[in-house]
Ligand binder design. Structure first.
Ligand code: SF4
Ligand code: SF4
Ligand code: SF4
Length: 205
């Protein structure tokens, strides 16, 4: 058993319902989001002979991401209070009773998953809605997604369709994220290198 997320970037419409469902169920204050939706844009505009702007390989897509519940979670070792735990089912969660808000974990996580709740004075992140999952229900973000492109899966048994171009995202050779990303059909990771950028407003992330 290894719980993780499967995200289909081909189906996502970037509506951010998953973000709002998470904020709602976790009662998060303004400025704290365990889940984020990145809008990725690539391509350029060029002028034709008449000076009219013409799209040259312009496209965009969205990626919804939270904590990756990594197989090798560096955040766990970084916490001097032993406030972060990885369960046998793969879920990584922070015990707010033990957290002293030192933020050493956030500094180590290469995926930017750990947020600081100023009001509570503790570090927080997605816990994969473990209380719901324990009751055999799905996480709030998964239930809320109108496109059904975000799924809770057991990565030990999940049959990734062969035709799917799937990668772990963000790429993490050290942490081994438990997130599978089905790439958007317009995505060419090689071509995107150095070209694609995140177009979100800073306050969205
Ligand atoms: S994404 Fe970051 S916070 Fe989440 S388990 Fe991995 S290292 Fe820890
Ligand atoms: S699994 Fe729960 S805590 Fe994690 S992003 Fe989804 S709604 Fe938020
Ligand atoms: S709710 Fe679903 S479709 Fe909307 S942004 Fe989140 S993952 Fe994408």
């Amino acid at each position: 058993m290894r719980y993780g997320f499967y995200f289909d970037a081909d189906q996502c419409i970037g509506c951010k319902t998953c973000v709002m469902a998470c904020k709602d169920i976790k009662n998060l204050p303004s400025g704290v989001s365990y889940r984020r939706v990145y809008n990725i844009v690539s391509g350029t505009w060029q002028e034709d002979a008449c000076g009219t702007p013409v799209a040259a390989g312009v496209y965009s897509y969205s990626v919804s991401i939270a904590c990756n519940h990594c197989k090798e979670p560096v955040c766990v070792a970084a916490c001097p209070q032993k406030a972060i735990q990885k369960e046998a089912d793969g879920i990584v969660w922070i015990d707010s009773e033990k957290c002293v808000g030192c933020r050493l974990c956030a500094g180590k996580c290469p995926h930017g998953a750990i947020q600081f709740n100023r009001k509570a004075g503790v570090s927080e992140k997605c816990d994969l809605c473990r209380e719901l999952v324990k009751r055999r229900k799905e996480p709030a973000c998964v239930t809320a997604c109108p496109m059904r492109c975000l799924k809770l899966v057991d990565l030990d048994t999940f049959p990734v369709p062969e035709e799917h171009r799937t990668i772990t995202y963000p790429v993490g050779s050290v942490t081994q994220p438990s997130t599978l990303l089905h790439l958007n059909r317009r995505t060419d990771p090689e071509q995107e290198k150095g070209e694609a950028s995140v177009s979100n407003m800073p306050e969205e992330l």
